[in-house]
Design a protein around this ligand. Structure first.
Ligand code: AP5
Ligand code: MG
Ligand code: ZN
Length: 215
């Protein structure tokens, strides 16, 4: 299964991707996670990316495209992958089509996870992530058993640098302007599917499986 996950910041792309990984054993390619790893490692690419991420703006296409191209060629992507947070604009979507054509691959679906804008701020300000295993929590909706500690690996939970109110507002604007048009892009290609992203996480996942025709 070769899948693109579309959805606003906080829609639950990462949350649902983790469940898809568990079920299908295919990798998640999250450009946000790859960029945050580069920032944490202090590489030149990471330093450049951070200036954009801290403002809630998109990192330049050339940076992201290079990262995805390298990742998608790796052996574990042969059986499929979940692209999370990529593509983010029309230039990236067209570049992805070209990249896949060259590799003799094509996408099975673009799945749009739909959540009303008014829910997103609370989800994002409440998000906490495990430093050990990347599991997501939410102080409002999905709190860990022990405050600040991961249920799965006991790792420390942290708050993302870009989950501040003013940065979130900017990310939501950027999504509307640059990423939301991809819904039409994939609809025109005939591979768009959509699922409601509100309610119980496991129920959403069942809908995801059904919508993708793999449930
Ligand atoms: P990225 O990391 O992709 O962030 P994003 O798109 O803003 O999306 P999020 O990760 O914030 O949300 P999500 O949909 O994954 O939600 P999650 O599952 O965590 O990008 C960050 C930055 O990197 C960008 O701003 C940009 O600068 C750069 N970047 C990345 N990719 C790029 C690209 N391709 N091109 C250029 N720049 C790029 O869930 C959110 C919270 O809600 C969690 O706390 C979760 O527990 C909770 N939650 C999930 N589901 C539910 C539910 N059903 N009910 C209640 N709470 C829920
Ligand atoms: Mg995410
Ligand atoms: Zn953990």
């Amino acid at each position: 299964m070769k899948l693109v996950l579309l959805g606003a910041p906080g829609a639950g792309k990462g949350t649902q991707a983790k469940k898809l990984i568990e079920k299908f054993g295919i990798p998640q390619i999250s450009t946000g996670d790859l960029l945050r790893a580069a920032v944490a490692a202090g590489t030149e690419l990471g330093k450049e990316a951070k200036t954009y991420m801290d403002k809630g703006e998109l990192v330049p296409d050339s940076v992201v495209l290079g990262m995805v191209q390298e990742r998608i060629k790796q052996d574990d992507c042969k059986e499929g992958y979940i692209l999370d947070g990529f593509p983010r604009n029309t230039v990236q979507a067209e570049a992805l089509d070209k990249m896949l054509a060259e590799l003799g691959m094509s996408l099975d679906a673009a799945l749009s996870v739909e959540v009303p804008t008014e829910d997103l701020m609370k989800r994002l300000t409440g998000r906490r992530t495990c430093a050990g295993c990347n599991q997501m929590y939410n102080i409002h909706f999905q709190a860990p058993a022990e405050e600040g500690k991961c249920d799965k690996c006991s790792g420390e939970l942290f708050q993302r640098d870009d989950d501040k109110e003013e940065t979130i507002t900017k990310r939501l604007e950027v999504y509307q302007e640059q990423t939301a048009p991809l819904i039409d892009y994939y609809r025109e290609k005939g591979i768009l599917k959509s699922v409601t992203g509100t309610g119980d996480i496991d129920e959403i996942f069942q809908n995801v499986l059904q919508t993708l025709g793999v449930g």
